[in-house]
Design a protein around this ligand. Structure first.
Ligand code: GLC
Length: 489
């Protein structure tokens, strides 16, 4: 082990430079939390983050220094690239640029898998090349999701053949199991990678980036303890249930945190009115403004439901669309913010046209408005089909907006629904509209009791969702990995 411990953290996105979804939040805040973590043995960590040189990224980062030229073997020669370095908040970042004029860099993720495969498989392999060129061998390579899983696969190959990599361990975090990198097969061939031999994996999984990484990872982390268990259930395991059963010994669940300085209602600059736990009346000023702005009247006693989400089937928009009509006779208004799949957008617009004076849809990615909705909404709706961790519910609770969510993954781990005197939110089990509506009805009924509601809000706002605890768990895991002889776990 080096002192400080060295970690190369490989990711497709990281805030504040590039963010599409929850991975961007995670990779934007975890490395910093780990490097700032004060462990009892006062060991520290040199954690460095690598990102692809996405189009336009140079406008969001500090001045760059070129540090290496690299080449990655293909079946027709070499794919070349350049690596740049910059520093931000005490962390070293690298950007890997592919030379020539490759397609697929204008978007973070592309509409066609073949462009994404070319971009991310090159990136994953390039990460292993440049650490050797700069002669910086990490103790741990920490990769995330299918985009960077091939670095874990290739590390296992290189460890056998090249002394430089021999003592490097690998950890792969699973943020979203169904995204395996399907469609990458031609690119895997282009980079001369070989299918897994494992007879225990289903044949479709042997030549796909995520399973190739999972099979070779020294440790796997799911982004919540419940998700780590769900990976072993048919409903969530995406055909890899047997694999996860066999690999229980190397799979852990660690709940994500949030950046509590960015997400703080007492200082948040996006809000009309800042507030803290002892000034809940001030919170209403935010709600008043939002209701006015959206033409939802001026009755602040009427509960405001909010939903802030990417529009993918994962987020349970169908459950919401089936559920809300059961509550047309109850008093509430709702604002939806987010964008994504066309059919889901259409479903929301149809609902808006049925009840235009109480349901408003904003089909865009609008971060300042998201902040304001967390500070104005009384109830956050999160009927996800699956939710590895989920971020919205953590932010919402910190802002006193109470989640009504499905009891899955990180939602189950972060929201307390029972016993009622410890309640910080509401959970329902079955993925259907009626079950969701019944759960929301219970929340609406509690909302009418002002004293009860404020105590739920205060409990939710008091929970510590910072990265502190989880950063310590990652650090403990890194250290534990170093004491295990490679390939023996
Ligand atoms: C993915 C998951 C989400 C999780 C995020 C960060 O976006 O869908 O549940 O919070 O990754 O780990």
């Amino acid at each position: 082990m080096h002192s400080p411990l060295r970690v190369l953290f490989i990711t497709a996105e990281a805030e504040p430079f590039v963010k599409i979804g929850g991975l961007g939040d995670y990779a934007g805040s975890l490395p910093k939390a780990i490097s700032e973590f004060k462990s009892s043995d006062s060991s520290n960590v040199d954690i460095r983050v690598v990102l692809p040189f996405h189009g336009g990224i140079e406008a969001t980062v500090p001045p760059l220094t070129k540090i290496a030229s690299i080449k990655v073997q293909t079946n027709t020669g070499y794919a070349k690239g350049i690596v740049f370095q910059f520093a931000h908040q005490g962390i070293t970042y690298y950007l890997v640029k592919r030379s020539g004029n490759p397609s697929g860099y204008k978007n973070v993720y592309n509409p066609t898998q073949i462009e994404d495969a070319r971009k991310y498989i090159f990136f994953s392999l390039a990460c292993l090349e440049f650490i050797k060129v700069i002669d910086w061998s990490p103790d741990i390579i920490h990769a995330n999701d299918w985009h960077t899983a091939i670095s874990v696969y290739e590390l296992a190959e290189k460890r056998r053949a090249d002394k430089f990599y021999r003592s490097v361990r690998s950890l792969l975090t699973v943020h979203n199991l169904p995204f395996t990198g399907e469609g990458s097969q031609p690119t895997l061939r282009e980079f001369q990678l070989k299918p897994l031999k494992s007879i225990l994996l289903p044949s479709w999984a042997k030549f796909l980036p995520l399973p190739m990484g999972l099979e070779n990872a020294d440790e796997i982390v799911a982004v919540s303890p419940t998700y780590a268990q769900e990976l072993k259930q048919e409903e969530f395991g995406n055909g890899l249930v047997d694999f996860f059963f066999r690999n229980t010994h190397k799979t852990t669940g660690i709940l994500n945190g949030i950046d509590t300085s960015t997400w703080d209602p007492a200082t948040d600059e996006c809000l009309s009115q800042n507030y803290s736990i002892n000034q809940m009346e001030k919170r209403n000023i935010n709600k008043e403004k939002i209701l006015q702005e959206f033409g939802l009247g001026n009755n602040i006693k009427k509960p405001l439901l909010v939903l802030i989400s990417r529009l993918t089937p994962q987020k349970g928009i169908d459950i919401l669309l089936q559920g809300l009509p059961h509550l047309f006779d109850d008093e509430w208004s709702a604002i939806f913010l987010g964008s994504g799949q066309h059919e889901l957008e259409k479903g929301l617009i149809d609902l808006e046209s049925q009840i235009p004076d109480r349901f408003k849809v904003v089909l865009e990615f609008n971060n300042p408005l998201a902040h304001r909705l967390y500070a104005s909404g009384d109830i956050l709706l999160m009927p996800s089909l699956y939710e590895p961790c989920g971020l919205s519910q953590l932010i919402a609770m910190r802002y006193g907006c109470i989640p009504v969510a499905r009891a899955v993954g990180g939602l189950k781990d972060s929201i307390i629904a029972e016993p009622p005197d410890l309640r910080t939110g509401y959970l329902f089990e079955k993925a259907d509209g009626l079950t969701f509506a019944n759960c929301l009805r219970k929340a609406l009924s509690d909302y009418k009791n002002k004293k009860k509601w404020i105590s739920i809000q205060k409990r939710a706002m008091n929970v510590d969702f910072s990265w502190k605890k989880s950063a310590g768990q990652y650090l403990d895991l890194y250290k534990a990995m170093l004491s295990v002889k490679i390939g023996t776990k």
